[in-house]
Design a protein around this ligand. Structure first.
Ligand SMILES: O=C(O)[C@H](O)[C@@H](O)[C@H](O)[C@H](O)COP(=O)(O)O
Length: 229
């Protein structure tokens, strides 16, 4: 795991956007298309906006989410809504955004439909940008979550699984650990001393169940942590 510390949160967003754009360009040059997963939450907005302004052939890029709350796409908590409003607000609007959840379908059918679409058109991810919580979750792989063991299973064959966030029981859909670990490049975007301290706890932890973010940390040269105070 490599770590880059930026002098400000603005510089962090700009530097990560340039790095991810370069990795997408490499994927496009190598196999004609590129796939990217991005997180929701309160941190990634400036990064997503900077990336979306990059001059790429976005019509050949497929974007999806690291996880999704089980809410309609126009709901304030929707990650799809966040990404559509930031990353896809400019030149990147030509990209295809693949959701992880369709409230119009029964949950099992929604999971099957989008799992199949990820397998057909998105996976393996060329680039995966993730966030992290102070509780050491990433995507929606929350410690103590109902469904966590199946989502962490290294032999698991599902790219997507349902979980419930332990704090409030919110239903979520998450990319699973094998799916995250198969990504070409993983970038963990964190800000603030509380998350810096949480990262230290994750690195010291010996339990993936207690520190799910570990599923992407032990990847020398393929995972980079991006941090600013
Ligand atoms: O749906 C989500 O909430 C995200 O995908 C989640 O994994 C997020 O990255 C972390 O919870 C950090 O969130 P903040 O950026 O808000 O701290």
């Amino acid at each position: 795991m490599d770590m880059i510390v930026a002098e400000s949160r603005g510089a962090l967003a700009a530097r990560l956007a340039a790095e991810v754009a370069g990795e997408l360009r490499h994927a496009l040059d190598t196999h004609g298309r590129a796939s990217l997963a991005v997180p929701g939450g309160t941190t990634p907005g400036p990064f997503l906006e900077r990336l979306g302004a990059e001059p790429l052939p976005w019509e050949r890029v497929t974007v999806t989410l690291s996880d999704e709350r089980c809410v309609p796409a126009d709901h304030p908590r929707s990650n799809y809504r966040l990404v559509a409003a930031t990353l896809l607000a400019g030149p990147a609007r030509a990209a295809r955004l693949v959701p992880l959840y369709d409230p119009a379908l029964p949950p099992e059918e929604s999971l099957a439909v989008w799992s199949a679409e990820l397998a057909r058109a998105v996976l393996p991810l060329d680039v995966c940008v993730l966030g992290m919580g102070d509780d050491l979750h990433t995507a929606s792989l929350f410690p103590g979550a109902a469904g966590l063991a199946a989502a962490l299973d290294p032999a698991g064959e599902h790219p997507l699984l349902p979980v419930r966030a332990p704090a409030d029981g919110e239903r979520r859909i998450t990319l699973t650990a094998p799916c995250l670990r198969a990504a070409g490049h993983v970038h963990l975007l964190i800000q603030g001393t509380a998350k810096r301290e949480a990262l230290d706890r994750a690195l010291a932890s010996r339990s993936v169940a207690e520190a799910p973010v570990r599923v992407v940390l032990d990847r020398p040269g393929r995972t980079t942590v991006w941090y600013a105070d």
